[in-house]
Write a protein that binds this ligand. Structure first.
Ligand SMILES: [Zn+2]
Length: 77
């Protein structure tokens, strides 16, 4: 259950999918996409251009207000 649920910290997606930016986040860092290197060279998508950024410092990141606590982890409601 924890694997399929987004973890929220400071109102932003710390582990999970940010719907505003359309990127996956792991431990607060935006993950790179799985596109082939040939596509990445042409600026394939947002995941790639934002990869490695701290989600808390990335403009346009989703602001998640509705959350609940499960097992001490703050997740989307
Ligand atoms: Zn990509």
């Amino acid at each position: 259950m924890r694997e399929s649920t987004d973890e929220i910290r400071s109102y932003q997606v710390w582990n999970g999918f940010d719907y505003n930016l359309q990127v996956w986040v792991q431990d607060g860092i935006i993950l790179d996409c799985n596109h082939p290197q040939s596509m990445k060279g042409n600026g394939c998508c947002k995941s790639h251009s934002l990869a490695g950024r701290n989600i808390l410092l990335t403009p346009g990141a989703e602001y998640v207000v509705e959350t609940i606590l499960i097992d001490g982890i703050c997740i989307r409601k």
